[in-house]
Write a protein that binds this ligand. Structure first.
Ligand code: BES
Ligand code: MN
Ligand code: ZN
Length: 498
C-alpha cells in the first residue's frame, strides 16, 4: 500500500506571499467582489492581478470556476490555482462543498508537484461546521491521490503528491483531528479500491484471507480468524460451499474482530460478499464486460477497508467484519440449476440460477453471526444488476428489517456524501421466492433487488439488519473501470456514530 499523504492544517497564519517559496499554491476565492485576507494579499503582491481576472470575468469565485496560473510575478510559487468557493456570506450545500473538494484535489494532482499549500477561507455549509468540512476535505484529498499500480505494467503515470498543507482562517479547534479522521477514512477507502481493482487471478479468496491476516498483524486491536472449506462443512455452510464447487480456489470465511468496547457491549457487524470472480457458474454470463465481475468482491473489500479505518480510529466499540468468499465458476463439479442445498440455518434452497450466488454465500454468513448477539448487522454486496437499473451509479440500494437502523444508515450516507436510498422490503414481495422442491428458491421474478433482499431476510430474524446493494456504486462510475472504494465512507460514518 501507498504511504499516506502528509496532511496538515494551520489556522489563522499569515503567509508572506512576496517572500515565502511555494511549489504549488491552491487558493480558495469566494464570489464576493471585495477581496479579503490572503486573496487580498496575493492581489497586492501581484500588482492587482486578482482584480484584473475578476474584471475580465475569468475569475468568478463561483463553485466550479478555477483559474490556473503557471507563473506569477510577485509570488515565488511554481504555479497557482485559484479555486471558486462560492458564497461569501451565504451557506452552501453539502454537495457544493464536495465539488469544491474535487476542484482542490484535481488541482493538487494535476500540478505534478510533491508539496502543495492550500489556502482557503472558512467555507460555511448548511447544517455543518468547519470540523465537518475539514474531515471531508481530508478524505477527498487522500482518496483522490490513489492510483492503481500494477507491477508489470510499463509506462504508468507516477503519483508524486506527498505533502499538503492547509491554511484556513477559522476559530474552530480540533481541525487537525477532523482532517486526520477524514484522511484515515480516505486511506481505508483506498485500501478497498486496491483490493477491488486487483485482478481475479491474484485476488482470490485466499488472497482476501491473507489481507485480513496482514491487517491483524499491522493492527493488534484486530483479531482475525479464517475458516477453510473443512471448517465450513462442519458448521453446515453447504449453501456457501455450493458456490465454490466449480472452482479450484478454496472458499474462505473470514472473521475480523475489533474489540474496542467493553466485553458486554454488543458488536456491530459488517458482512461482505467476496465473490472474487463471478462467471455466473453453469448459468454463465455473456462475454461482454465479464471482466468487471472481478469487482464482485467489492463488498468484502469495503469490509476490509472499513476495518482498517476502524483500527486506526480506535473507537470504544466492538465491531466485527465478516467476509464470505468464493469463486463462481462452471465446471464438471459446479452446482447445477435445480440443485437443492441445505443452509446453515437448516432451510433448504433450490438453486434455480447459479448466477444468483451472492445471496447463497451471504445467507450462511448471516446465520453464522447470530452467535455474536449483534447490536446491528449490515451486509454489503454487489448483489443485483437490477439495482444499477434502479439507482444508477449515485445511490447504494438499502433494504432493512428495522426502520431506525435504515434511518441511521441514510443519515450516515448524507453526512459522508456516500449516499444510500431505501427500497421496500414488504412481505408482498416474499411470494416470488416460492419453490416446489425446497424451502426457498434463489431467484424471484421482477424487482430483482428487492427479491434478493427478501431471500437474505429469511436469515436475519434474530437481529436488526440492513442490506446494502452496491452493484452500481462500487465501481464503474462515469464509465471508468475502477473501484470507487464505496461504501467505506458510509460504513465508517455509521460505525463511529452507532
Ligand atoms: N454479481 C452479480 C450482480 C451484478 C451485476 C453486479 C452487474 C454488478 C453489475 C450477481 O451475482 C448476479 O449475477 N445477479 C443476477 C441475479 C439474477 C440471476 C437473479 C443479476 O443481477 O442478473
Ligand atoms: Mn452472479
Ligand atoms: Zn455476483
Amino acid at each position: 500500500m501507498k504511504k499516506l499523504l502528509n496532511l496538515s492544517i494551520t489556522s489563522n497564519k499569515k503567509l508572506n506571499f512576496a517572500k515565502d517559496k511555494f511549489q504549488a499554491l491552491i487558493v480558495g476565492v469566494s464570489d464576493s467582489k471585495t477581496l479579503n485576507g490572503d486573496v487580498k494579499n496575493i492581489d497586492n503582491a501581484t500588482n492587482g492581478l486578482i482584480k484584473k481576472l475578476i474584471s475580465r470575468e475569468e475569475l468568478t469565485g463561483k463553485i466550479g470556476n478555477s483559474v490556473y496560473l503557471p507563473t506569477l510575478n510577485g509570488i515565488k510559487a511554481d504555479k497557482t490555482y485559484l479555486i471558486g468557493t462560492g458564497g461569501k456570506n451565504k451557506k452552501i450545500s453539502e454537495v457544493e462543498f464536495f465539488k469544491i473538494c474535487q476542484s482542490i484535489s484535481s488541482a493538487a494532482l494535476s500540478s505534478k508537484n510533491s508539496s502543495i499549500k492550500v489556502i482557503i477561507p472558512e467555507i460555511l455549509v448548511e447544517n455543518r461546521d468547519t470540523n465537518w468540512t475539514m474531515e471531508v476535505l481530508g478524505r477527498h484529498l487522500e482518496s483522490s491521490s490513489y492510483q492503481y499500480f500494477f507491477k508489470g505494467k510499463k509506462d504508468q503515470p507516477k503519483n508524486v503528491l506527498k505533502k499538503i498543507e492547509i491554511f484556513i482562517e477559522s476559530k474552530k479547534s480540533n481541525l487537525s483531528r477532523s482532517l486526520t479522521k477524514g484522511r484515515i477514512v480516505g486511506s481505508g477507502t483506498n485500501f478497498s479500491k486496491e483490493l477491488a481493482n486487483t485482478p481475479a487471478n491474484i485476488c482470490t479468496p485466499s488472497h482476501l484471507a491473507n489481507q485480513a491476516r496482514q491487517l491483524a498483524r499491522n493492527f493488534p486491536t484486530i483479531k482475525t480468524k479464517i475458516l477453510g472449506e473443512k471448517e465450513m462443512k462442519k458448521l453446515g455452510m453447504d449453501c456457501l460451499l455450493s458456490v465454490g464447487n466449480g472452482s479450484a480456489q478454496e472458499s474462505k470465511f473470514i472473521i475480523m474482530n475489533y474489540a474496542g468496547g467493553k466485553k458486554a457491549d454488543k458488536p456491530h457487524i459488517i458482512v461482505g460478499k467476496g465473490i472474487t470472480f463471478d462467471t455466473g457458474g453453469i448459468s454463465i454470463k455473456p462475454a461482454r464486460a465479464m471482466d468487471e465481475m472481478k469487482y464482485d468482491m467489492s463488498g468484502a473489500a469495503s469490509v476490509l477497508g472499513t476495518m482498517r479505518a476502524i483500527a486506526e480510529l480506535k473507537p470504544n466499540k466492538n465491531i466485527i467484519g465478516i467476509i464470505a468468499s468464493a469463486e463462481n465458476m462452471p465446471s464438471s463439479t459446479a452446482t447445477k440449476p435445480g440443485d437443492v442445498v441445505k443452509t446453515m440455518s437448516g432451510q433448504t434452497v433450490e438453486i434455480l440460477n447459479t448466477d444468483a450466488e451472492g445471496r447463497l454465500v451471504l445467507c450462511d454468513a448471516l446465520t453464522y453471526v447470530e452467535r455474536f448477539k449483534p447490536a446491528s448487522v449490515i451486509d454489503i454486496a454487489t448483489l443485483t444488476g437490477a439495482c444499477v437499473v434502479a439507482l444508477g451509479n449515485e445511490a447504494t440500494g438499502l433494504l432493512a428489517n428495522d426502520q431506525k437502523l435504515a434511518d441511521k444508515i441514510l443519515t450516515s450516507g448524507i453526512t459522508s456524501g456516500d449516499k444510500a436510498w431505501q427500497l421496500p422490503l414488504w412481505d408482498e414481495y416474499q411470494g416470488a421466492l416460492k419453490s416446489r422442491y425446497a424451502d426457498i428458491a434463489n431467484i424471484g421474478g421482477q424487482a430483482g433487488t428487492i427479491t434478493a433482499a427478501c431471500f437474505l431476510s429469511r436469515f436475519t430474524d434474530k437481529y436488526k439488519w440492513a442490506h446494502l446493494d452496491i452493484a452500481g456504486t462500487a465501481y464503474g462510475i462515469g464509465g471508468q473501470k475502477v473501484s470507487s472504494g464505496r461504501p467505506v465512507p458510509l460504513l465508517s460514518e455509521y460505525l463511529l456514530s452507532a
